[in-house]
Design a protein around this ligand. Structure first.
Ligand code: GLA
Length: 728
């Protein structure tokens, strides 16, 4: 519910459990008053304090009033160069070379439904559930208008934000910075949690108290990156899974981003999140507008668990688009770890042969099927079938796989090119590069300039042809390097600051076309595993390969971190062979299955080499997963332990919406002799209901939640246990 209080000039965004308030202050300056647990009918601007502070300037209109300063008030959307010395949200370069921005409130509009952003991913939803507040600000000297957009999804305590900047003057203006979210607090008693890592070890949480100065994470790699995820949490020092105030902020963007927090001289704090200003500028000719990507916030007064569950529900329902929002996804088998690029059609059929009997429904042909792709030196850019490997083309192979009783999926990496390819020989200038420099290689490949429509069109037409040549129901879209030598031949020197962002817009355009032309194809995003795991890609690709690391023990950590924002139904997770290709670790097959069920679930191994026992395990696992599909993929998710803190076990839980069913999964750590007796407290149950556990015995929900379940002592390392709870 969005309310305007005309007397106090406040706008309040109420969700089920939270309130967000801003106020139009003196001289039409929009200040941020409050974000936290729901409070009704109160003007919270009493929290704004006027005080004469040394070296904090006063706007000219304030005359002799030395207590009014942009430098000390919490701002709704921070400006720059006009008196607030903290993190700016926007920076404008005017024709005279000045770089300032001074925004004043003009008007606002409240309407039903959710705004959308052309060419950019955004939450969507119906008129009954969403409301939009649009606030118009204006910089009179620059003749620029800034529209702050807020989407309110009351039921899930979700507030989205986006920003549109329009040049309403007669001269060209340059936008040098344009964040999506600015969130000020009148204190700094907060910790910041960021999700960091590297290729094969993504999204490991790191929690530190905010301290004076600027801190945060970003990406300058052209993708959102393995190194830092565009999702951060601010929380009270005491906050934990089940208790305490926390704020989650996600950016729906797949390129260079920045999420910075600052603690100022008076211990106020500010979070600014959005496009990374690194090498960014955008030329706005008269009449032109720029839209910054969407950010989404959830405030949970009761810990991280609730925050995550709200993000999960909103992402599953209002970010993932039809037909995949509610559709059941197939259990897949991918041959990548079994063969890499060294395969033939016969070899693939051999791997797939027994798959349907084991409950697998989709066979995915990974990298290596096109051009001269026999290793990673060649072939990218040539999206036609390598007939030496696949005689008769895709049609023949797909027919053989379908005859076995499975659907067929395929791997692509549209943004990339090898120098050894027909495409590069014909168009060497299509790869990103700076004139006079030699382009850096990474995995022996270069990046195509996806900011250019003609290049995207060319790649798209090849891929469309391949996808139309056979009955294909799944695509894995990969991206296996970061961007370097970023310069586009299509843009003049003064517009080169647009290339990074135009590249991402190009990726979104390509993805949207794919979705439009092949609505029934399930697209799985991938970037060397989870290097582009963000809310932006999820709008186009309903699942994303979580990591190139399929080791069950490492995956416990990666999936734990990922779950803070993203639902289980979006995390690509497979059972692979042991010793693991990344870690050489050997874990039991049971455990690998339980861990992969913390995701979209599939297999990545050579089934023709599995023993009868292993095959029987696979059959059991797929049957179990399918039986509990809705509970696992759509249920509420609870983290029961933190693998970074607890070496004894990692446990998590899925609870059905009616709380009558739950599945607890647990994996032990490396075994230590004389272990303690441990009790696992189960969460999210109905206190008064009695639950049967694995069909034996029954206990009261209140008892299982408050006292817990005595864990058996399991010998051996990395053993798995699952408890299925059903209300009587
Ligand atoms: C990336 C992906 C892998 C696989 C290879 C193929 O690394 O993450 O799953 O598809 O590329 O080259």
């Amino acid at each position: 519910m969005v309310l305007y209080d005309a007397q106090n000039k406040t706008y309040s965004l109420h969700t089920k459990n939270t309130t967000y308030q801003m106020t139009v202050w003196d001289y039409h300056i929009l200040l941020h008053a409050y974000y936290g647990p729901r409070l009704e009918g109160e003007d919270l601007s009493y929290l704004l304090r006027c005080k004469d502070r040394g070296f904090s300037p006063n706007p000219n209109e304030a005359g002799g009033n030395r207590t009014f300063s942009l430098d000390t008030f919490p701002q709704e959307y921070s400006t720059c160069g006009v008196g607030d010395f903290r993190l700016p949200s926007i920076e404008l370069e005017l024709p005279n070379g000045s770089r300032t921005a001074d925004l004043r409130y003009v008007s606002a509009a409240i309407r039903k439904g959710k705004y959308s952003l052309e060419g950019l991913p955004a939450f969507y939803g119906n008129e009954e559930e969403w409301e939009t507040l649009s606030i118009l600000l204006r910089d009179a000297a620059a003749q620029v208008e800034v529209e702050l957009l807020y989407g309110v999804l009351e039921e899930y305590d979700l507030i989205t934000r986006a920003v549109r900047v329009k040049n309403t003057g007669t001269e060209t203006v340059r936008l040098c910075r344009c964040a999506s979210l600015c969130l000020d607090f009148v204190h700094s008693d907060l910790d910041m949690i960021t999700f960091n890592g590297a290729h094969v070890m993504e999204r490991c949480p790191s929690r530190v108290p905010l301290h004076p100065g600027i801190q945060g994470v970003d990406s300058v790699r052209g993708a959102s990156s393995h190194q830092h995820n565009p999702f951060v949490v601010l929380c009270g020092h005491e906050a934990n899974e089940d208790y305490g105030l926390c704020y989650g902020a996600m950016l729906l963007y797949s390129g260079n981003f920045q999420a910075m927090a600052e603690v100022d001289q008076f211990t106020n704090s500010r979070l600014v999140m959005g496009l990374n200003p690194y090498q960014f500028s955008w030329t706005l000719e008269p009449g032109m507008a720029f839209t910054a990507p969407e950010a989404a916030m959830v405030c949970s007064p009761s810990g991280f668990g609730q925050m995550s569950r709200l993000f999960h529900r909103a992402i599953r329902r209002d970010l993932i688009r039809d037909p995949w929002a509610g559709r059941r996804k197939p259990v897949l088998i991918n041959h990548w770890e079994a063969t890499e690029m060294y395969f033939t059609a016969d070899r693939l059929v051999e791997i797939a042969q027994d798959a349907p009997k084991l409950g697998l429904e989709l066979f995915v042909m990974d990298d290596g099927w096109f051009g001269a792709r026999n290793d990673d030196n060649a072939g990218l850019g040539d999206w036609y079938v390598n007939e030496e490997k696949l005689p008769g083309g895709l049609e023949a192979l797909v027919a053989r796989i379908k005859d076995l009783g499975m659907e067929f999926g395929i791997w692509i990496e549209p943004e990339m090119v090898n120098e050894d390819s027909d495409l590069y020989r014909a168009h060497p200038d299509w790869a990103l590069n700076v004139p006079g420099r030699k382009p850096s290689r990474s995995r022996n490949q270069l990046v195509l300039d996806f900011s250019r429509a003609e290049i995207r069109d060319h790649i798209y037409s090849q891929i469309k042809k391949a996808l139309s040549s056979a009955d294909i129901s799944y695509v894995k879209w990969d991206m296996n390097r970061s961007l370097t030598e970023v310069w586009s031949a299509e843009l003049p020197p003064e517009r080169q600051g647009e290339v990074y962002h135009r590249y991402v817009l190009g990726v979104y355009d390509f993805a949207e076309r794919l979705r439009r032309d092949f609505p029934d194809i399930l697209i799985e995003g991938c970037c060397g595993g989870g290097g582009r795991f963000d809310g932006g890609m999820l709008y186009y690709t309903p699942q994303i390969w979580c990591s190139d690391n399929t080791d069950a023990v490492d995956r416990l950590h990666i999936q734990y971190g990922t779950s803070f924002c993203y639902p289980v139904s979006t995390m690509g997770a497979h059972v692979s062979a042991v010793p693991n290709t990344v870690t050489s670790r050997i874990t039991p097959m049971e455990t690998r299955g339980v861990v992969a069920m913390h995701g979209t679930f599939g297999y990545e191994m050579d089934l023709s080499k599995c023993t009868p026992d292993e095959k029987e395990t696979i059959r059991r696992q797929t049957a179990f997963f399918k039986e509990h599909y809705d509970l696992i993929q759509d249920g509420d998710y609870y983290r029961l332990s933190d693998p970074f803190q607890n070496g004894s076990y990692t446990a998590w839980e899925h609870v059905s919406h009616d709380r009558r069913e739950a599945l607890v999964s647990l994996v032990t750590g490396s075994f230590r002799s004389a272990p303690p007796f441990l009790t696992l407290r189960i969460k999210g149950l109905e206190a008064k209901l009695r639950y049967r556990i694995n069909g034996e015995g029954s206990w009261l929900g209140a008892v299982l939640m408050q006292v817990g379940w005595p864990l058996p002592i399991i010998l051996g390392d990395y053993q798995a246990l699952q408890l299925y709870l059903e209300a009587e």
